[in-house]
Design a protein around this ligand. Structure first.
Ligand code: PLP
Length: 361
């Protein structure tokens, strides 16, 4: 059992599976019909292994079409692997990576970025609402420039952020301009990239390679797939020998088609954006509903599929006792309420009704 899981059990006070759609994480949701169907279609007959199959080729080409550029694409099992292996490919062990204090790469990857890069140090930049700004980058780079300090080499941004906000194209470009002036590379943790793209309504290229991103870890799991992230190198030189890194780290799937086929299902007719838009809309509805409840305070602006709110302790415990699951230890504290591709209006209504009843009691 993972420590998150034991913490979850301790908090929610129950074990076993949940049949109710929950707000704990977009990982709680199942597999979307499009991803499921593609897996089923990929399960016909025999196929070449280790990524030499037609599904992997098709998925990589769809990603190239969506991003409108000839990028290098790799499929790995999860976000931690995608982030840490791609960061390792941007750094030497004596380098450092600038990220925010709430970045998943810092707080929730068990030191994997440091491990896979043989000791690269994370430098934590304070930021507002989970976002890094150019001034923060400059302060951190100039803090020390001597040989005794790990040399800054990469800026890592999370899009959408761990606090449910999104970077606009101009905000990313502003960080890039500063990063470029110091010779830093740009990494993007896009575990919720689909939610950010849906929220901003801009093209994927505008918030990635056109804004200076060298490598994007494009998350599939939270968008409705069973497993998998795509590591996308817009700066193709940085992808040199990345296939060896994946293999060494146990991230080269022998039956790769089952990692890549869901991407085909999700990307070919826009299901990835549709599902992300839906999750964002449900979060917007949840946010509005929470705003109408006395005693609830929103903690950061909701711009994607997560709402961060402060609730009275008795309401939190009452909601857990009623079987609702949500975390209180993510980001800057408060309750994190995540909506998913399958969240429904009635789930939000039921949650709000229970909250109101508990606050009246
Ligand atoms: C911001 C962010 N990045 C990356 C990940 C990917 O993590 P995992 O290794 O669990 O797929 C997550 C998952 O919660 C996340 O929230």
């Amino acid at each position: 059992m993972s420590s998150n899981e034991s913490q979850t059990r301790a908090q929610f006070g129950r074990t076993g599976s949940t049949h109710r759609r929950q707000f704990a994480s977009d990982n709680y949701a199942g597999i979307s019909p499009e991803a499921w169907l593609a897996m089923e279609e990929a399960n016909a007959g025999h196929e070449r292994s280790y990524g030499d199959d037609q599904w992997t080729e098709q998925a990589a080409n769809l990603i190239r079409n969506i991003f409108e550029t000839d990028c290098e694409v790799f499929f790995v099992f999860n976000g931690t692997a995608a982030n840490s292996l791609s960061l390792a490919s941007l750094c030497q062990s004596y380098h450092s990576i600038l990220c925010t204090e709430v970045a998943h790469v810092e707080t929730d990857e068990c030191g994997a970025p440091e491990f896979f890069s043989n000791g690269t140090k994370m430098l934590l930049v304070p930021g507002m609402n989970g976002k890094m700004d150019p001034a923060g980058v400059e302060r951190m780079v100039k803090k020390r420039t001597d040989i005794h300090y790990p040399k800054p080499r990469v800026v890592s941004l999370t899009q959408a952020t761990e606090l449910g906000t999104v970077y606009t194209p101009d905000e990313i470009k502003a960080v890039w301009a500063k990063a470029k002036s110091f010779g830093l590379r740009m990494h993007m943790d896009g575990a919720r990239f689909a939610n950010a793209a849906a929220s901003l309504g801009c093209t994927p290229k505008e918030i990635t390679w056109q804004a200076g991103i060298d490598v994007l870890c494009f998350g599939g799991t939270k968008n409705g797939m069973a497993v998998g992230d795509a590591v996308i190198f817009f700066n193709r030189d940085l992808a040199a020998e990345f296939d060896y890194r994946c293999k060494q780290a146990g991230q080269l799937s022998s039956k790769m088609r089952f990692l890549s086929a869901p991407w085909v299902g999700m990307l070919k007719d826009g299901a990835w954006l549709r599902h992300a838009k839906h999750a964002n809309t449900m979060a917007e509805y949840l946010e509005k509903s929470l705003c109408a409840v006395a005693g609830v305070k929103l903690l950061s602006p909701r711009q994607a599929n997560g709402v961060f709110a402060e609730l009275p302790r008795k309401a939190i415990e009452g909601l857990w006792a009623k079987g609702w699951m949500f975390y209180t230890f993510i980001g800057a504290g408060g309750c994190r309420l995540m909506c998913s591709w399958d969240t429904r209006l009635e789930d939000v209504d039921a949650f709000i009704a229970d909250l109101k009843q508990l606050l009246l009691a």
